[in-house]
Design a protein around this ligand. Structure first.
Ligand SMILES: Cc1cc2nc3c(=O)[nH]c(=O)nc-3n(C[C@H](O)[C@H](O)[C@H](O)COP(=O)(O)O)c2cc1C
Length: 146
């Protein structure tokens, strides 16, 4: 069964609600197994065992979170050759400006030559029902692509 790895940094209730919507979105797709890992604990073995990845992070000082940056620092060289073409999606949550975080993730996923299979999702402020539905759709879209 295809395996979707969800690598997330979830430091607040708002992001926890987003993560729960991710789980719901993956569950909407038959025959895909989700492995959910906090970015500070995910490693190369998790990534190498996955058929696709969904990245989630808050915007922090105009960049991805240090936790997600740590994940990329950890996996970059061990996975550089083995994960070319890996399907991925990404969500970023911020107070008001996620552009720098999305750019930083685009740079590293581009260097890894991963394949973006869903539009990046930017969430700002309090997440309402429409935002959480967009998260479910993102997760389902990535899961369906596997
Ligand atoms: C150190 C720090 C830096 C942050 N930098 C940004 C930023 O550059 N852009 C932004 O939109 N939000 C920024 N935020 C807000 C976080 O993205 C936000 O707190 C996080 O997504 C969780 O949302 P919540 O506070 O509504 O629970 C920052 C928060 C912290 C603690």
């Amino acid at each position: 069964m295809p395996r979707l790895l969800v690598v997330h940094h979830t430091p607040s209730p708002a992001l926890q609600a987003v993560l729960e919507a991710v789980r719901e979105g993956v569950a909407m797709v038959d025959d895909v197994e989700a492995t959910v890992r906090p970015a500070l604990s995910a490693g190369a073995a998790d990534l190498l065992a996955a058929d696709g990845v969904l990245l989630g992070t808050p915007a922090n000082i105009g960049y991805m979170s240090g936790a997600l940056k740590h994940f990329f620092d950890t996996v970059y060289y061990p996975c550089l050759d083995a994960t070319v073409g890996l399907p991925f999606g990404v969500y970023v949550h911020g107070n008001d400006d996620t552009a720098g975080a999305l750019t930083s993730i685009a740079k590293v996923t581009g260097a890894l030559r991963w394949k973006q299979v869903a539009a990046p999702l930017s969430l700002t402020g309090a997440s309402g029902p429409a935002d959480l539905e967009a998260v479910r759709e993102l997760a389902a879209t990535v899961a369906v692509s596997l």
